[in-house]
Design a protein around this ligand. Structure first.
Ligand code: SF4
Length: 380
């Protein structure tokens, strides 16, 4: 249903080499190393092995970038909730996976497929008493009660916008309605979190939410992507916006379109984090006249070079917000600085380095006890 879902169960072809015949899952037909798995960082910083599973890789929609689009000739697979839940648990018990990303193509409408995703998650939580991580997709067109039920079962829910506005989406996924099918549902998630008690949620707290954009397929600008990201962070309180650089898929309308530069994806992530975690505003990001970010410049460094080079930040007195503006200092670093300077003044780059801060990067933009520390650079 999205670019993440390009890793489907279908790239698993042979029989799983399980410990015993009873443990051989029917859905996951491949060696454990062939499984569509990835390392995923959880909000608490823990990294887990995540299985990316689809209820079905068949789809009636025709998103131009997607290998699962309707009419594309390849072998599709559809799984019942029972099979999917049982086989996931087999892999989980075998310690081959630690969490589940549950997505799907759309056949018979989003409501129908949403029911299957919910049924799979219900089996995991209720029948198997599974207490692990589930990231589940909201289907375009799902109804509000379905969204709530999914939120009661999952640790994260997401729905991919794919494009930053309706005009761009029209060129990428003509059968999706940007406002009605996508934005409205992400807003429901936030409304439910705001106004409904989470006592029915499996952990007693509502899940976080996320979205994803396809980058570089249809000429959208970084300004469009970041501007929509900022609005979604603010109004839908998304925990994460993912940027997935376009790579062409054979036998799709965009198969001859060039792959997007990986640096663009990287700069979008950096800019998105500046807005979400570092107190930056849109107008502080270094967009060029065409509305794009420079590929060869870290946006935080670019800002610091024009704002802090002549007005360095005094590490011993600056507040958290000012420290976060310094390249090389992140949230953990800023917290360590404010804790350490209560004990003794910070006078050397070595002290910053010992706190896990990129002291070389920070050096041109800070004062240590009123002095510029560049002269110390050779010592770290
Ligand atoms: S809805 Fe679009 S993105 Fe999702 S699986 Fe179908 S064709 Fe792919």
């Amino acid at each position: 249903m999205d670019t993440i879902a390009q890793l489907s169960l279908l790239n698993v072809n042979a029989s799983l080499e399980a410990e015993s015949p009873r443990e051989k899952p029917a859905c996951f037909r491949g060696k454990p190393t062939d499984l569509p798995i990835t390392n995923a960082a959880l909000p608490n910083g823990q990294t887990i092995i995540l299985l990316k599973a689809m209820v079905t890789s068949a789809c009636e929609r025709d998103c131009y970038y997607c290998p699962f689009r309707a009419g594309r000739d390849f072998r599709r697979a559809t799984f019942t909730p029972d099979d999917l839940a049982r086989d996931y648990m087999t892999l989980y018990y075998a310690k081959a996976v630690e969490g589940l990303f549950l997505s799907s193509g759309i056949i018979g409408g989003g409501v129908r497929i949403q029911d299957r995703i919910i049924a799979t998650a219900e089996l995991l939580r209720l029948k198997y008493a599974y207490k692990g991580y589930i990231h589940a997709k909201i289907m375009p067109g799902a109804d509000r009660d379905q969204v709530r039920r999914l939120m009661e079962l999952a640790d994260r829910v997401s729905l991919n916008l794919e494009a930053p506005n309706p005009d761009r989406l029209e060129k990428l996924a003509p059968k999706k309605d940007f406002m009605d099918e996508l934005i409205k549902r992400l807003m429901w998630v936030e409304q439910i979190r705001q106004y409904e008690s989470p006592f029915k949620a499996w952990k007693g707290t509502w899940p976080s939410s996320a979205t994803q954009f396809v980058v570089g397929a249809i000429g959208e600008t970084d300004l469009e992507l970041i501007s929509t990201s900022e609005k979604m962070y603010k109004h839908a309180r998304l925990r994460r916006v993912y940027y997935s650089r376009f790579t062409p898929q054979a036998d799709t309308p965009l198969e001859d379109h060039p792959a997007e530069n990986p640096w663009r994806q990287h700069r979008l992530y950096q800019s998105s984090f500046l807005l979400r975690d570092y107190g930056f505003q849109m107008e502080e990001l270094p967009f060029d006249q065409s509305g794009n970010l420079p590929l060869h410049t870290d946006p935080k460094l670019a800002w610091a070079q024009s704002h802090l080079a002549g007005q360095p930040v005094e590490v011993n007195t600056a507040d958290q917000a000012a420290l976060l503006r310094v390249p090389g200092i992140g949230q953990t670093g800023a917290e360590r600085i404010t804790a350490a300077r209560k004990v003794r003044a910070i006078s050397g780059l070595q002290q910053l380095k010992a706190m896990g801060i990129d002291a070389k990067r920070a050096a041109p933009f800070v004062l240590l006890n009123g002095k510029r520390p560049e002269f110390q650079l050779g010592m770290i």
